[in-house]
Design a protein around this ligand. Sequence first.
Ligand SMILES: NC(=O)c1ccc[n+]([C@@H]2O[C@H](COP(=O)([O-])OP(=O)(O)OC[C@H]3O[C@@H](n4cnc5c(N)ncnc54)[C@H](OP(=O)(O)O)[C@@H]3O)[C@@H](O)[C@H]2O)c1
Length: 389
Amino acid sequence: MRDTIMKTIAVLGATGSVGTQALDVARARGYCVDLMSAHRNVRAAEALAREFSPTFLCMTDEAAAADMRVRLADTSIEVLSGEAGLREGIARSCAETVVHAILGAAGLSPTLATIDSGKRLALANKESLVIAGDIVMARARAKGVDILPVDSEHCAIFQSLLSGKREQVRRLLLTASGGPFFGYSREQLAAVSAEDTLRHPTWQMGRKITVDSATLMNKGFEILEAAHLFSVPATAIEVVVHRESILHSAVEYIDNTVIGEFSLPDMRMCVQYAVDYPDRCASHGEPLDLVRLGRMTFFAPDREAFPLLTLAERASTLGGGMGAVLNAADEVAVDAFLHGHLTFLGIADCVQSAFEDCLPYRSAATLEERMEADRYARDRARIYIESLG
Ligand SMILES: NC(=O)c1ccc[n+]([C@@H]2O[C@H](COP(=O)([O-])OP(=O)(O)OC[C@H]3O[C@@H](n4cnc5c(N)ncnc54)[C@H](OP(=O)(O)O)[C@@H]3O)[C@@H](O)[C@H]2O)c1
């Protein structure tokens, strides 16, 4: 039996950037980790499993799971496999909170499984909301499940919303670091490499989200995420470039008061907030020293150089399957960019082309239709890339 006073969590995507930071928090705060998941990285997952001794470890890749069963044969850890195994682990785990840090569209099924299990969802996987935010939020409301955002901007907005009533909110101010190419013209962007793109100025993150930060697609996804999480239209969300990544986002109320959350950029604070909410507990991170910081700067985003931001607003307004289309096309385009098959500017061209081809999916209402939109958008993005030769 687990100690019932100790907080018990599950960490999905435990080997990733957010997952490992969630485990840092677990170490520092003494949380018990009852379920972990990874995809293919058996070496890192085995080391983490031996350290945390979860009841369940799920490898979503079947071959990796077979390997893991051999590796962990000397332990009592139950190794589960595949998407179905992960859903089973979520249902059977005694974790109170599921920290969900799986990358990409593969995160949607565990999001729904967590809601169905009645556990609190500490959600980093923004793609679940981009693809099916309406369905996810409706199911969470029906089941009475709390979704606590782990994305730093949404964690900041969640906290800022506690200062007033929903009907008193005028708009959300979503801050963006601007990425490594802030101030670049399209001519300059034409020459950037994958290596340049993976050098983010303020955050250490996985490769996909680092590229998305450079194209501002990540900020676009965050508009869709915020619109669903906080029930606001995209027109009530303003993106503000803030180079220092200290104000993590804010809420403007009808009396012109702006309430924001300021701290050093550290995802561990967001994970801890989501797990401990409504408590606040001492953090092992560094406190913010405003005097040492000296100044903060704010700019409007350059929508001509970074057109994916405006495309995401369009996707949010169109609704239906357009979030799924945007996400799927972007996954294909970023992968092609990282493998040298697309230029940096080619990412936006590819996503825009697939988006226009997929407009009929704006009426995609069900999960099945969203998955169909996802598949079709991936095909269109691949065809676009192949057409470049
Ligand atoms: N990084 C950040 O600071 C940050 C901030 C805010 C939000 N987020 C969001 O958090 C999520 C994770 O981002 P990340 O940067 O931590 O990604 P990451 O470093 O690439 O880690 C991804 C994790 O997901 C697992 N995974 C990959 N493909 C999978 C699949 N098909 N099925 C199941 N699991 C799979 C990986 O397992 P293996 O290691 O075994 O491949 C790994 O554990 C994303 O939705 C991202 O947008 C990240």
